[in-house]
Design a binder for this molecule. Structure first.
Ligand SMILES: [Mn+2]
Length: 390
């Protein structure tokens, strides 16, 4: 039903404005429905976004019957996802559809209906046991409609999925050893400018992958401290604006436009606010964290789980940290898991299997991953994880 509604509103809007704007408005609407959007975005920024959109309307002449749309579905929660979308935009144009892991399939189901879609990029969004079959189904539909599809990622993936995707001629760029943006940069260097290597460097830092073969070469181009502060400020701005889709979209555009984070208004001031919030988190974790033999864990009440999880791991003295936050309306817990350098097991694989067996879903990297767990199963999830990570 939700899909039908969206299609209708799209068609009505399309009569009045050109397509590009409509797509953006739909995206914004979609997210606004889900969460009560904070209207605290800096006024300056809002103005800028509006201006840009208006410009595009006057420039673009819509071609009605031809497939001409480029869309990049990318991860909205971190610097790697946002930067991937920015580099795809610089290389191929088009629009970004920014989603979190749970929102990925909904976005795909939406773009599959878009008759104007010419090529689709899917970046930095891992697949799990729960989503991979539907994902292949949707890719098959897109390929039947002659849409060119490129899947670029570094999350652990079931090898049978890669085989299935390659069989239907989805272009798969996948390396668990480099972050997504570095892979985008490496694949499309010839279509990107010099600054794109800096965008990729910041993404590698944020994903803890600046020590990998390609990532480390990129970091060498730049002063280390300069890259670190840029990546960090970028990350805090992304994390702190999760409920403001227009702002995230604006960041994609500015990065695609070769702006440094410090050239984007108010980013450092905003980062300072985030840092203050995090320092309060340290005190809360010290008070509320619990430990088991092999892990530390904590229920988070008033912020995101992913912002607390590193402190839970670090302050617990264990090699695995778990933070979980209830999504009251959904009857689930959003869970974040982190491993220290000493953690020798692949947390993403363990969490994928465990969460799926409990009726949820999950997965990710060896030392950083997440899960959705049904509310009544959260205790079992933690005790089972404690057994599996020793
Ligand atoms: Mn990533």
């Amino acid at each position: 039903m939700a899909v039908k509604k969206k299609v209708i509103s799209k068609k009505t809007a399309a009569k009045k404005v050109t397509k590009k704007v409509t797509a953006k408005k739909t995206t914004a609407k979609k997210v606004t429905k889900k969460v009560t959007a904070k209207k605290t975005a800096a006024k300056k920024v809002t103005k800028k976004v509006t201006k840009k959109v208006t410009k595009k309307v006057t420039k673009k002449v819509p071609i009605k019957s031809k497939k001409n749309k480029v869309i990049c579905i990318s991860h909205k929660e971190d610097c790697d996802g946002i930067s991937s979308a920015a580099l795809i935009r610089q290389a191929f144009g088009g629009d970004a559809l920014l989603v979190d892991y749970p929102g990925q399939m909904e976005a795909l189901n939406q773009v599959v209906l878009d008759e104007k879609l010419k090529s689709l990029f899917i970046c930095d969004l891992g697949l799990s046991k729960k989503t991979q079959d539907e994902f292949i189904e949707l890719m098959t539909k897109l390929r039947k409609n002659k849409v060119s599809v490129t899947y670029i990622d570094h999350h652990d993936i079931d090898p049978t999925v890669v085989t299935a995707l390659e069989k239907i001629k989805v272009k798969v760029i996948h390396d668990i050893n480099e972050c997504t943006t570095v892979q985008v940069y490496n694949a499309y260097k010839s279509k990107l400018n010099d600054h794109a290597s800096f965008v990729a460097t910041c993404a590698a830092i944020t994903d803890y992958m600046e020590d990998r073969p390609l990532g480390s070469k990129l970091l060498q181009i730049y002063d280390r401290q300069f890259a670190l502060i840029s990546a960090t400020v970028m990350t805090y701005n992304i994390v702190g604006h999760q409920r403001e889709p227009d702002y995230l979209q604006y960041l994609v555009e500015e990065l695609a436009d070769s702006k440094f984070p410090h050239d984007i208004p108010n980013t450092y001031e905003f980062a300072q606010i985030q840092v203050e919030k995090l320092s309060q988190m340290i005190a809360k974790v010290k008070k509320g964290m619990k430990t088991m033999t092999n892990l530390g864990h904590m229920e988070i009440l008033d912020s995101g789980a992913s912002g607390a999880v590193n402190f839970v791991m670090g302050l617990s003295g264990k090699d695995v940290g778990v933070a979980y936050k209830e999504r009251v309306d959904h009857g689930i817990y959003a869970v974040s898991v982190r491993g220290s350098k000493n953690c020798k097991v692949h947390l993403g694989k363990i969490v994928n299997l465990l969460a799926t067996s409990l009726g949820g879903s999950g997965g990710g990297h060896d030392k950083a991953c997440g899960a959705v767990v049904p509310k009544p199963k959260i205790k079992k999830f933690i005790t089972e994880l404690n057994k599996k990570v020793k």
